[in-house]
Design a protein around this ligand. Structure first.
Ligand code: FES
Ligand code: FES
Length: 857
């Protein structure tokens, strides 16, 4: 303990004198954990790389997690809580009106930095200046486009009028926009409770090792530690999992680790710091085994990568139709053979996983989760604790981004276990490093394609063989590879297809759901094939796509006959065509990519979503639905549907997600929330209207998709998916600098429920797609250990690296879908990497088959 640990530090916080203990690791911890000042968020402390904790220190914008207590002593600290109310309102209004926030986790930090800039530069602040300075602040949701719009409008005193809150088709600010902008809406880590204890997990040191012993003695002896639990303390099931229950909550003595995110113990203490220090003192005796890290080799390796399984092949998805692929290739005028390789990447949502569990005196447990499926969370927690499911309720706290990475449970079961056993409230928030190690990533996939076309460029055949490194636990890896197989041919009419996709278990980081869910990898390869064939035929990429784009009535992928909704594909292509021709005429290097992405689970799943509308006696109207709000705007969708159907004031509506009512609809995944959420809320509203909207009555509505087929059913023309979104994206590169100067993103969303938020989804997806194409990577070494273990090293594009993005919305309605909605959550980055590869080829004549294409932005 140093002198400063014992000291009391005095400083000014938001205009008031304050005293803080000297034992905090940095100013952010003191502000949040001791003073309860929570608008500065903790996305990566103490590394100082996300900017979420930006504050003003003596008037200068700094990240609080990099400010030592000595440095803070005697200084004046201002956070958004201490900013003048009129100024707060002005910033919140601008950010809401411009659609400059999605999950909102980054927003308070960005507003503080923007305020410091505007205070200093006034209307002299240029957009480029702002982009450069905001490089210190990551935003994973917005792509920065609308953030810079808001900052510009604030700097120049030209407020953007906030659109009136309305029904379907209106562009009002998102639900809770003001509170989120200002950091007033609690994320889980912001929540406090009387008697709250803190938990921290202790992870394995080896990706594949027998566990011979676990010693928690030193942890238990550490100051402030009240308990340490291991697998031996779990009363119920050891393993959880969304589809396969293969994922141990903790590895017991006698068990074996399977990746570096495996948990050995959970340490509970009186403070966050004490819990984390205690977790570092947990030791284990290992018999270290050689990890399996090569997915191709693991297929035939007799050694088993993952404890408790009997094969390294997680799944094989395949289909063939239209005849013999080899013969079709031989008969084709032009052929292409290429092996593509995509990389593993990290979601990098800015809010690390956090859970709060509260035991009630009657033995029930209430859990606040930021997961993507509160019903799965409830069921799995109950099974781990060996409780009936009605003894556990889970409440969603809208999270700080997820993108698929919060589908699997992370620390929910550990936190619930600690609270259940100790009979005290317990909160656990992962460090950034633990978050990187624990949750599943985007699959790296090796894609070998053979394809052919006739002399006019009409596709004749595609044969694809894919091997995806699914890492350790199943998660939804088999579904990702199944989806990659289904989307292997992109949005094209292909007479002969022969596709196989294998998901392989290794000891690398687990892989699972990530925005695009296999469609991105497959369509990077397919777009590359299309461009290579176009060159052989001697036509442009645009013309090649025109000749092959899928149209209503065509047979697609595994054999689905496409409905009228697929008319959106050609509409996107034609809407992008003028910009393509103009950019070529101007001498730019240009690439175009076309993509489709299913909405919903499909594949024969019976998908049922329920919602409840309730008129409360206090005048409020509750809309209860099943879906996780993670920045995509599902709460806003629910509210807008209710406004359209009920004709009520949107300000009266409260949107809630919890498991106190049985509305389960599975995970918020697969671009299905908007379609199914809108359908079920609309039905609930209709039920209310039919009954006179009586007070304190639950009016339930249901939306179901029960008309899809499994590929394995052997049907000639299965309906694999109920709906698809379509997009054409154009990437324009300056031939002198080699820089991408503009992306035109044309998207058919069926119906834009909120055009402002819809555009924001696409902006953010393009940002993510450019990073995927160019710079992002999350590799692991031969021991299964990730080598990019900081936010900075992930290769996420900063605002100054973002080109201009022009979003064009096409509304080609989806038959049988509420309001014609198709969903936009994932399609936004499906065509991007292919379009970038085509543009770079146009620039220098080099074909690229590996992602990322440039490591340095
Ligand atoms: S939490 Fe301080 S910069 Fe990320
Ligand atoms: S809104 Fe910026 S990280 Fe979500």
């Amino acid at each position: 303990m140093t002198a400063i640990d014992d000291a009391v530090i005095t400083l000014s916080v938001n205009g008031q004198p304050a005293e803080i203990r000297g034992d905090h690791p940095h100013l952010l911890a003191a502000l949040r954990d001791e003073l309860g000042v929570t608008s500065p968020k903790d996305g990566c402390a103490p590394s100082g790389q996300c900017g979420c904790c930006t504050i003003l220190l003596d008037g200068k914008a700094v990240v609080a997690c990099q400010v030592s207590l000595e440095r803070a002593s005697g200084k004046e600290v201002v956070t958004l809580e201490g900013v003048d109310p009129d100024e707060r309102a002005r910033y919140a209004q601008a950010f809401g009106a411009c659609g400059a926030l999605q999950c909102g986790f980054c927003t308070p930090g960005i507003i503080v930095r923007a305020k410091a800039l505007i205070d200093r530069k006034g209307d002299g602040l240029t957009r480029d200046d702002a982009a450069r300075h905001l490089g210190a602040n990551l935003c994973r949701c917005t792509g920065y486009v609308k953030i810079l719009d808001a900052v510009e409008s604030l700097a120049h005193g030209t407020p953007v009028a906030i659109a009136a809150q309305g029904g379907i088709g209106t562009s009002g600010a998102r639900y809770e926009a003001e509170a989120l902008s200002l950091g007033d809406r609690d994320f889980i880590d912001d929540m406090d409770r009387p008697g709250l204890l803190h938990a921290a997990v202790a992870l394995t040191e080896h990706a594949r090792a027998e566990i011979l012993g676990i010693d928690t003695g030193a942890a238990l002896a550490a100051p402030g530690v009240v308990a340490a639990f291991t697998a031996a303390d779990i009363p119920g099931e050891l393993r959880v999992g969304i589809i396969h229950t293969d994922w141990p909550v903790m590895i017991p003595v006698g068990g074996r680790t399977s990746y570096l995110g495996d948990v050995l113990a959970v340490v509970v203490a009186e403070s966050r710091q004490a819990a984390r220090r205690g977790a570092e003192l947990v030791t284990a005796r290992y018999e270290v085994l050689e990890p399996l890290t090569d997915a191709v080799a693991a297929i035939d390796d007799p050694a088993i990568a993952v404890w408790g399984t009997d094969s390294n092949v997680l799944s094989v998805s395949s289909y063939a139709r239209g005849g013999d692929a080899g013969a079709a290739l031989a008969a084709s005028a032009h052929q292409v053979h290429e092996v593509f390789q995509t990389q593993r990447i990290e979601h990098a949502f800015l809010e690390p996983e956090s859970t709060l569990a509260l035991p009630h005196p009657d033995g029930t447990l209430h859990v606040y989760s930021g997961g993507q499926g509160v019903w799965d969370d409830r069921n799995q927690i109950a099974s781990v604790l060996d409780l009936p499911i009605d003894r556990v309720t889970v409440e969603l706290v809208s999270n700080g981004g997820a993108f698929g990475g919060k589908e699997d449970m992370s620390n929910q079961a550990h936190t619930a276990l600690a609270a259940f056993l100790l009979r005290q409230p317990v909160k656990c928030t992962l460090t950034r490093e633990q978050s990187l190690l624990m949750h599943p990533k985007r699959h790296p996939i090796r894609l070998e394609y053979r394809a052919g076309c006739d002399a006019d460029g009409h596709l004749t055949v595609v044969e694809a063989r894919m091997i995806g490194d699914s890492g350790s636990y199943a998660s939804v890896g088999m579904k990702v590879l199944e989806r990659a197989a289904g989307h292997a041919g992109g949005p094209y009419r292909i007479p002969v297809m022969d596709v196989e996709a294998i998901a392989v278990r290794t000891n690398n980081p687990a892989c699972g759901a990530f925005r695009g869910f296999g469609a991105n990898q497959a369509q990077f390869a397919m777009e590359g094939v299309i461009d290579r064939l176009a060159e052989l035929v001697g036509i442009s990429g645009l013309e090649m796509r025109r000749r092959n784009v899928i149209r209503p009535g065509d047979v697609w992928g595994p054999g689905q006959v496409m409905d009228d909704g697929c008319g959106g594909a050609v509409r996107c292509l034609e809407a992008a065509a003028p910009a393509y021709e103009a950019a070529r005429a101007a001498g730019h290097a240009v690439g175009i990519g076309l993509g489709l992405k299913n909405s919903g689970l499909g594949n024969g799943f019976l998908e049922i979503a329920k919602a409840v509308v309730r008129f409360r006696s206090d005048g409020r109207i509750e809309v209860r639905h099943c879906w996780t709000e993670m920045g995509q705007g599902i709460h806003s969708v629910a509210r807008q549907v209710a406004v359209t159907e009920l004709g009520v004031d949107p300000e009266r509506i409260d949107v809630l997600v919890d498991t106190t009512r049985e509305l389960g609809a599975g995970q918020t995944t697969g671009s299905r929330g908007t379609v199914m959420g809108a359908g079920s809320v609309a039905e609930a509203c209709k039920a209310a209207l039919a009954d006179g909207c009586r007070l304190e009555v639950d009016y339930q509505g249901e939306y179901r998709i029960d008309w899809t087929d499994k590929i394995s059913d052997g049907l000639e023309h299965p309906v694999i998916h109920s709906a698809f979104g379509y997009a054409a994206q154009l990437v324009i590169v300056d031939r002198d600098t080699g820089d991408i100067v503009k992306v035109v993103a044309v998207h058919d969303v069926g119906k834009a429920v909120n055009p402002l938020l819809c555009e924001g989804q696409i902006d953010g997806a393009v940002h993510m797609g450019l990073g995927y194409a160019l710079t992002e990577d999350f590799p692991a070494d031969e021991l299964g250990r990730p080598t990019n273990m900081t936010l900075k090293s992930l290769g996420i594009l900063r605002p100054k690296d973002m080109p201009e993005v022009e979003v064009v919305l096409v509304e080609h309605p989806q038959p049988r879908s509420p309001y014609g909605i198709k969903g936009v959550g994932e399609i936004g980055l499906v065509p991007t990497a292919g379009a970038v590869a085509a543009a770079l080829h146009d620039l220098d004549g080099q074909w690229r088959a590996r992602l990322p294409m440039r490591r340095d932005p």
